[in-house]
Design a protein around this ligand. Structure first.
Ligand code: SAJ
Length: 407
């Protein structure tokens, strides 16, 4: 039996996928409300295919409990934030989950950390917890790091098809864990050591963050001298060895905007490119704000309270708002008199001032719409924006016009 600890964006789909493929699974989370929701037959966030997978897993006997289970395999999938000042990883949730596992587990158990951690975290924080509990690592408890690579918005497909990395002290244990993931994963599964697996995961997300920062910097250069950044990137990407990502209003989510800081925190003097890239991405909400003011002036608009941000999530077609560019922008304005209106079809709770829950009512109250997220919903309703001035930060419109502006 596998006890999956932490039933958030990664832990829940992983637990469901394993259960749907014949593995005996109990999902555990300290949030009793979340456990009750799952027990009552409902999922806790929106993701394509998640409800269907949930139904299959329930049919296959998955169980949910707020209690840690006595079992032979644990998968720890809890958040790893970073300390905003030191930029170092805050491993408190991982440490606390492993401590709780130690209270119930038997000798011989395999503890798999799936949470993204900076290189050295397992040596520094996880091994001591196991040893303090009187276990000998490699004999009583086996330690594995199996970072996840699925992308919100396409999680279920990627769980099945992505290649995976398993880091283990002991090759044989690594192979055993590989077999567990191979119960559903059709991608290639590489077995390596723990430190390499830790670094690999953080490097992948850092690569993407740096690439996006490059695109964002190009957008700023092109804006200054009136060049079309999208056309330039499109043509550059026709080169066989160039693949530039897209500029945007900023970088959000719990991965690309977080993981590179782990390296900056641990290697401050060696991370010039990474640190600057994070600063460029972090400057984009402010760049959007400057664009709003310029566009208002060009169109003779004077009332900032009639500017509306469309999209509060960190990217399209998900309901996750963590670190989202729109929230970063609103946060930077919180002490000013600027009162922007906001709307997101994926966000039903009230999370911001002046938030609308009806698209038409939102449009009625604004003259300038700032598309912060390219949800399918807006792509399918562009005609409703006719007559509005639009700042399209996601290139939802195919061409800019005298009323449609890009970044
Ligand atoms: N973004 C851009 N321009 C782009 C692509 C993305 O501005 O060209 C922005 C998005 O709008 C968003 C942010 O970057 O605000 C991050 O979105 P994302 O789609 O790039 O990535 P995440 O955070 O949803 O998922 C990433 C993925 N990592 C990589 O692609 C290397 C995913 O595979 C990881 O599993 C996930 O992080 C994670 O959990 O670490």
């Amino acid at each position: 039996m596998v006890n999956v600890i932490g039933l958030g964006y990664i832990g829940l789909p992983t637990a469901l996928m394993m259960a749907a493929h014949g593995v005996e699974v109990v999902g555990t989370d300290y949030n009793k409300g979340l456990i009750n929701t799952l027990k009552s037959g409902r999922t806790t966030f929106k993701e394509d295919g998640l409800d269907e997978l949930f139904a299959k897993a329930v049919d296959s006997g998955i169980e949910f409990s707020a209690e840690y289970q006595v079992t032979d395999t644990y998968i720890v999938s809890v958040p790893t934030p970073y300390d905003k000042f030191s930029k170092k990883i805050d491993a408190c949730y991982v440490i606390s989950a492993v401590k709780s596992v130690m209270e119930v587990c038997r000798k011989g158990a395999v503890v798999i950390v799936e949470s993204t951690v900076s290189p050295g975290t397992i040596d520094k924080f996880v091994r001591p917890v196991i040893e303090e509990n009187g276990f000998v690592i490699g004999k009583d408890i086996h330690l594995v790091h199996a970072p996840e690579r699925i992308i919100p918005g396409n999680m279920i497909y990627e769980l099945l098809h992505n290649n995976r990395t398993i880091g283990a002290d002991d090759k044989e244990i690594g192979e055993k864990v590989k077999e567990l993931y191979a119960s559903f994963c059709q991608g290639e599964i590489v077995v390596t050591d723990i430190r390499t697996a830790e670094m690999t995961k953080v490097v992948e997300n850092t690569f993407r963050a740096v690439n996006i920062a490059f695109a964002n910097e190009l957008a700023k250069i092109c804006r200054q001298d009136d060049m079309d950044v999208y056309e330039i990137i499109r043509i550059c990407n026709m080169h066989p060895r160039v693949n530039i990502l897209q500029p945007g209003p900023g970088v959000g989510g719990h991965c690309i905007s977080v993981d590179p800081w782990f390296l900056v925190g641990d290697y401050p003097s060696l991370t010039k490119v990474i640190g600057e890239s994070m600063a460029v991405n972090g400057s984009m909400p402010e760049f959007v704000l400057d664009r709003i003011h310029t566009i208002m002036e060009e169109n003779g608009l004077t009332d900032i309270s009639r500017v509306g941000l469309y999209g509060l999530t960190y990217k399209e077609n998900v309901d996750d708002c963590r670190e989202s560019p729109a929230l970063q922008l609103l946060e930077s304005q919180k002490n000013s008199t600027i009162q922007l209106k906001v709307y997101d079809p994926y966000v039903s709770e009230d999370i911001a001032e002046n938030q609308y829950h009806n698209f038409d009512a939102f449009l009625n109250d604004v003259d300038l719409v700032v598309i912060m997220v390219g949800h399918d919903q807006i792509k399918e309703n562009l005609d409703k924006l006719d007559g509005k001035v639009v700042l399209d930060t996601r290139k939802v419109y195919k061409t800019a016009t005298d009323k449609i502006y890009y970044l």
